[in-house]
Design a binder for this molecule. Structure first.
Ligand SMILES: O=C(O)CCC(=O)C(=O)O
Length: 295
């Protein structure tokens, strides 16, 4: 990666701050898409049989970074990691990673009001049970996700995610209006070609259109958060998952980049201090990496 590549463009930063998202077209090349689809299909076929899923049933699998090396590689994809680090800083980790397969649905699903609370996929913002802390009704910037779309979502009602532009800066949930508080003018249906990445704040209200296309919709999501928050998919990843990781990958998987396990610092008996809270440089290899990018 070329030095200087870490910087977001002005347009990307403005879009992320004001709209809550931007797109990176061609983030994945054709060969990467094919590779990833092969892995998605392998898991999907396996779980359809094991869980006896119906032909129209949506399937989601979490912590995919632990399930397959190809999924693990994507968490520090060279086209996207610089953008994530520029947006969140270097003291970050994964909160979640998931794959989503949504087969074609019955045409009647399009009769449901988009995102209605009784629909197949209601409007929501991501967050833990009991919610994020709110400041004046608005969520602080706690986390972001990158969505990688592997199949064609260019048609209306092909199962694409919809986001409400700028909704991370307002809180229609507070007055109890829920989906009726979603301003239709600001709804963006993310109709994109395979290989596109959506870089977004998970405080954005989002839902899905029904998939009325003739092919299943397949995509992957990677959620990033500050390291002093707890991930949702894991406490610690299994040693086998960590074994062949780079220091940056170990960091993103929630470990100290050194591979050491003195999480409570050098003097845990008298002066414990979490190295997620107060990392040394060697604990966050992303710091040196980020500095190299801007030289
Ligand atoms: O696109 C999807 O299938 C799920 C999106 C979503 O709700 C999420 O990532 O939080």
């Amino acid at each position: 990666m070329a030095n200087g590549a870490i910087k977001l463009t002005d347009e990307q930063r403005k879009a992320f701050d004001e709209d809550g998202f931007f797109l990176v077209e061609g983030a994945l090349g054709d060969a990467e898409i094919d590779d990833l689809l092969a892995v998605v299909d392998k898991f999907y076929v396996h779980y359809v049989a094991e869980r006896e899923l119906g032909p129209q049933e949506a399937f989601q699998m979490r912590n995919i970074v632990a399930a397959h090396p190809r999924f693990k590689q994507l968490m520090d994809h060279p086209a996207i990691l610089p953008l994530v680090v520029d947006l969140m800083g270097c003291n970050i980790q994964l909160r979640t990673s998931h794959m989503d397969v949504r087969p074609p649905m019955a045409a009647e699903c399009a009769e449901q009001t988009l995102g209605a609370q009784d629909s197949f996929f209601p409007w929501h913002a991501d967050g833990p049970d009991f919610g994020w802390p709110e400041v004046d009704g608005v969520l602080p910037f706690m986390e972001m996700k990158v969505g990688y779309y592997l199949t064609d979502l260019t048609a209306h009602n092909s199962g694409a995610i919809c986001v409400v532009r700028g909704s991370h800066r307002a809180s229609p949930w507070r007055d109890g209006t829920r989906e009726s508080g979603v301003d239709a003018e600001r709804v963006v249906e993310v109709n994109v070609a395979p290989g596109t990445a959506l870089v977004w704040r998970t405080a954005l209200y989002h839902c899905l259109t029904p998939n009325l296309a003739d092919h299943p919709r397949k995509c992957l999501y990677y959620g990033y958060q500050h390291r002093w928050i707890r991930p949702s998919d894991f406490d610690h990843q299994a040693p086998t998952v960590l074994a062949d990781c780079t220091p940056i990958q170990r960091q993103l998987l929630g470990e100290l980049g050194t591979g050491n396990d003195n999480y409570a610092g050098d003097d845990p008996e008298v002066l414990p201090v979490s190295r997620y809270w107060r990392p040394k440089d060697e604990d966050i290899p992303l710091k040196a990496w980020a500095q190299e990018q801007v030289q």
